[in-house]
Every structure is written in structure tokens, then in C-alpha cells.
Ligand binder design. Sequence first.
Ligand code: SAM
Length: 265
Amino acid sequence: MGEYSNINFKKKFGQNFLSDKNLLASIVRDAGITEDDAVLEIGAGAGALTAELIKVAKKVVSFEIDTELKGELEEKFAELNNIEIVFDDFLNINEEFIYEKLGTSFKVVANLPYYITTPILTKLFSMKHRPQTISVMVQKEVGERIVASPKKGDYGYFSVYVSANADAKITRQVNRKMFTPPPNVDSCIVRLDTKENIYPPKFFEFLKSAFAMKRKTLKNNVEKLVSYSKSEIDEKIKALGISESVRADGLTLEQLFEVYKTLFE
Ligand code: SAM
């Protein structure tokens, strides 16, 4: 394990570390980080990505849950003043604390602990001042689900949820061999350029129901939420130029919002 021979890797924290300098520098470049940027990192690990980020960014604040890494990280970054490591569970951090450290305009770059990918993205999207961009390493299948389009196998609630919040693209595929220790899955990096969320919270409840039973039609999935009869629902969906027998995974975010509006507004 070379440079990580002194580390006691903890599976429960999703600890799979990177070390390839070219890959790390590419991650920072693909994330579009410049000297004007304040960067939030989630999961410093032994500081491999952190070290590349501070070469470019104005400031980096990195969260790490594992206090056993404190000695390693403090030694590595002792000389530098544009980095702060906070030893805490990122999911318990109050968003005001983040604005105090980084201001309200910042970017996220992280090799995420995969067991909490969804809660982390949900937390970032629900912030009052959401990150300008979120560039994160995720499990390959999760990345594919995020960027999937209608009628493709991976398209579902999570794809629509993310596309309501950001323009998403996969910037890089990363083989499991690039990690120490190698995980059981391949990975990819997703860049999410956040956009204003113009959708009401109730729309996301509607989406959850719409996608709840994969094989059911949209109308059968949402019927219980709506005060109209089945034939009235059919008429309203057809009036939008959409087949009444469509399933949610056959529709784009925009079409789903049209259906939501016609049924609820
Ligand atoms: N950034 C390092 C790298 O690229 O080599 C480490 C990435 S590793 C995949 C994920 C890191 O997130 C681990 O160091 C783990 O301890 C940390 N972590 C796990 N859960 C966390 C949480 N809830 N809050 C903050 N850090 C967490």
C-alpha cells in the first residue's frame, strides 16, 4: 500500500484513498477550480485531494469524520494557512458554519464516502446558498443514474431530482485500481453545475410517488394523491400531448412538471 502503509483503513467510513498525482490534479482541473475559489471538501482522508486543491484554490475547508487521521493531516498541512480541517461528521454540520468558514459562494470537490452519497447531495442541494458547482467521485452506477435520460434503464427519481437542481455530466471514469484499498466497484466523477431550484417541495413528493412502482403507469402511481377520477386524469395528461398510459420513466423533468401542474395547480 506504499505511502498509506501507516493507515488503518476503516471500511465503515468508506475509506478508499487516492494517490495518483495526475488523477488528483485532473479532478481539480475538471472541477474548474481557480485561485478565486473557496472550496469545501467532504472527507479529507490522508489529504491527497486536499493537497491538490490548496495548490490552486484561495481557501479549502475540509471535513473529516475520522479523528485518527488528525496527526497525519495536521503534520501534512502544518505550514499552510489556506486550509482548515474540521474533524466532524459533515452531515451534522450546520450550514451557517459553512458560510462562516467559506462565505456564501463556494465550490465542492470531494472523493465521497459512498455510503452517504445521497444524504450529502441532498444536504448540498437544500442549502440556502448552494455550492456553485459540486464535483464528486461516486460509484459508477450512481453517476450513470444521475445523468440518465428518459426510457434508459437507470433513469429514475434520483435522475430527475438531480436534474431539477443541477446540470450534470460525467467528467471522468475512475477504475477501482486507482484506490487504496481498491473498493468492489468502479467509480466516476460527476460535475453538477447547480441551478436555481424553481420547483415546489410538493413536486418532489409527487415525483417520489410517480416513480414508486417501476412497472406501473404514472397515473396509477399518483392516483391516490389526486382528487380527480381516473378518466379525468387521463384527459388532463392527454391534453398535454402525453399518452395516458405513460410511465414516469418515459418523461423528462419538464414534462413531469407539466403533469404535476395540471393535476395539482
Ligand atoms: N479525499 C481522500 C482521498 O481522495 O484520498 C479520502 C476519500 S475517502 C473515499 C472518504 C473520506 O470521507 C474518508 O476519509 C472518510 O473517513 C471520510 N468520511 C466518511 N464519512 C464522513 C462524514 N460523515 N463526514 C466527513 N467525512 C467522512
